[in-house]
Design a protein. Structure first.
Length: 284
């Protein structure tokens, strides 16, 4: 496969190494005379454990290693391992992002985008797959040489990537066929349905929540949008949280949601073609 995308189309894409480990997210591109570099970042939420960059720099300098503010996290960790140093970590106190490393375009096997249904939302999934075990080296993890067949629940919901075809979907069941088992990858897993928006807002108004009614009517006019696709349910919930809606309103919303299970189109992959099972699953 040979698909090309702009930075705007791929910004935020998962960068996955050849071992199926997530290396980071695409944040930017750097253009050199003979190469293009992907700027990979990691994002951490408050209270996540992250590498303590300042302490790592201090420990390296105490060993006489010259390091500076422009050195990437990946470089600092690699040098610390060469020096036999432990990698210090700390708890993030606020959401943050760190530049992890620069990846040459020559390491990219493919880039792909797909719209996948997961739960109640349709997600635009973007992935850049590398030819190199970049994250495995960063974590100090050995190359995965062989695979045993795990229990289905250990695979379910992992992203499935094909070396030749790009994003296949999310792992579902272990299936059986001629002489071997297989892996079923779904383009859509979750639920479809709608929010009965007009009925919900009418009940809200009658129940005395006039201000909430007006704010939600501004979000989506109930006369023009009598129903909202269920993919907007998460957005509506977040809006109600921002408006500090009481639990009775949340319960009322749920009463006006019509759901039906859906398992979309799928691909079955023979187990002999499954190559890696890590953060994601890589198949031929």
């Amino acid at each position: 496969m040979a698909r090309f995308y702009s930075l705007a189309e791929l910004k935020g894409a998962l960068i996955v190494d050849s071992e199926g480990l997530i290396y980071g997210l695409l944040d930017d591109l750097r253009f050199l005379p003979d190469d293009v570099l992907l700027v990979a970042i990691i994002e951490a939420s408050a209270r996540d454990l992250v590498v303590d960059r300042d302490r790592l720099v201090e420990a390296l300098r105490s060993r006489g290693v010259e390091v500076g503010g422009e050195d990437t996290l990946e470089y600092l960790v690699a040098r610390a391992r060469e020096e036999g140093l432990d990698i210090p970590v700390r708890e993030a106190v606020r959401p943050m992002k760190l530049v992890k490393g620069f990846v040459s375009i020559k390491e990219v096997l493919w880039a792909d985008k797909a719209s996948l249904r997961r739960g109640e939302e349709v997600q635009d999934v973007k992935v850049i797959l590398l030819k190199t075990p970049r994250e495995a080296r960063f974590r100090g993890i050995r190359i995965q040489e062989s695979l045993s067949i795990p229990k289905p629940e250990e695979l379910r919901d992992k992203l499935v990537l094909s070396l030749s075809e790009g994003i296949l979907g999310y792992a579902g069941d272990i299936v059986i066929g001629p002489g071997e088992p297989g892996l079923r990858a779904y383009k859509g897993m979750g639920v479809e349905g709608y929010i009965n928006w007009l009925a919900f807002l009418s009940r809200l108004k009658k129940s005395g929540y006039r201000e909430l009614y007006e704010r939600l009517a501004d979000y989506r006019d109930p006369l023009r949008n009598t129903r909202l696709d269920i993919s907007l349910l998460g957005e509506v919930r977040r809006l109600l949280e921002e408006l500090k809606a009481p639990s009775a309103v949340i319960e009322l919303l749920e009463q006006h949601v019509d759901r039906r299970p859906v398992m979309g189109s799928y691909r079955d992959v023979p187990w002999s073609k499954v190559r890696k099972i890590r953060d994601v699953i890589i198949v031929e």
